[in-house]
Design a protein around this ligand. Structure first.
Ligand code: 7PJ
Length: 257
């Protein structure tokens, strides 16, 4: 899954793809490099980011969904707003990626309409304050139980099991120790019976380990993506598609002999 942020303030590529033609060109480049899905985000979820009104988010996201879907590209939309979900699905999106796991009023119903896949992500707290003092007694079991419960709600709302993907939400209300524990136990999430999505690309956790600024984290991100796939992740959400695909191809060739 290649990341396309059309926000002026995202942490690593903020402002780069606000222009529609540049955004489309970048999406096409990621597909040519091997991305199967393009995840479009019109509102930054980084700590302290300003919320975006629905009309601004719609204007940023919907024309891109339409254009890419028309080209046969599988599009995911990173949003928690039901109105954006509905518009994105009408424009041809095949996936709703919600960092709030469809907890906004009306989000579950909006995502259930149609046949799109939903990605349910775990977050403790809210973007403004989530990194202040994250706390868990058992991070793996608490995150797993939350996701399984959200998935059950989705199924009760008419979203078939095979439309659901789960994501531990690396960096969303988690310390480095929490993130590492989740990564080591990724098998627990896979065992819950849903495909697992992992998003670690260029995140501060990698910056902390590697001692690199945000735009110098490609190698660290590739290592994280490989580790995630090796532990059973079905989808990795990444900025550096070409580098990740190269690494995965080599790894896979070795694994399959
Ligand atoms: C994630 C996401 C993630 C899913 C963001 C960033 C922050 N969606 N949206 N998983 N992260 N499913 O890219 O660093 O980890 S926005």
């Amino acid at each position: 899954m290649g990341i396309l942020n059309v926000t002026p303030d995202s942490f690593s590529d903020g402002g780069m793809f606000v222009d529609r033609e540049r955004a489309l060109a970048h999406a096409r480049r990621m597909v040519a490099d091997g991305a199967d899905i393009i995840d479009i985000g019109g509102e930054s979820t980084r700590p302290g980011a300003t919320p975006v009104p629905a009309d601004v988010e719609l204007d940023r996201v919907v024309p891109l969904v339409e254009a890419l879907a028309r080209e046969g590209i599988r599009v995911s939309v990173d949003t928690h707003k039901p109105v954006v979900m509905r518009a994105a699905l009408a424009a041809g999106a095949g996936m709703i990626n919600d960092v709030r796991a469809l907890r906004e009023p009306g989000a579950m119903e909006a995502a259930a309409a149609g046949h799109a896949t939903v990605c349910l992500m775990h977050m403790q707290g809210y973007p403004g304050t989530m990194q202040a003092e994250p706390h868990y007694d058992d991070v793996v079991l608490e995150v797993r139980d939350f996701l399984v419960e959200r998935a059950a709600c989705c199924e009760a709302a008419g979203i078939a099991r095979d439309r659901i993907v789960i994501d531990p939400g690396f960096g969303f209300g988690k310390t480095l120790a929490h993130n590492l524990a989740l990564m080591r136990s990724l098998g627990v999430f896979k065992a819950a019976g849903y495909p697992v999505l992992v998003g670690l690309s260029r995140k501060s956790m990698l910056g902390g380990i590697a001692g690199r600024d945000v735009n110098e984290r490609a190698a660290a991100s590739v290592a994280a993506a490989l580790a995630a796939i090796a532990r059973g992740a079905a989808i990795v959400r990444v900025h550096d598609v070409r580098e990740t695909v190269d690494a995965l191809n080599v790894w896979q060739a070795i694994e399959t002999g």
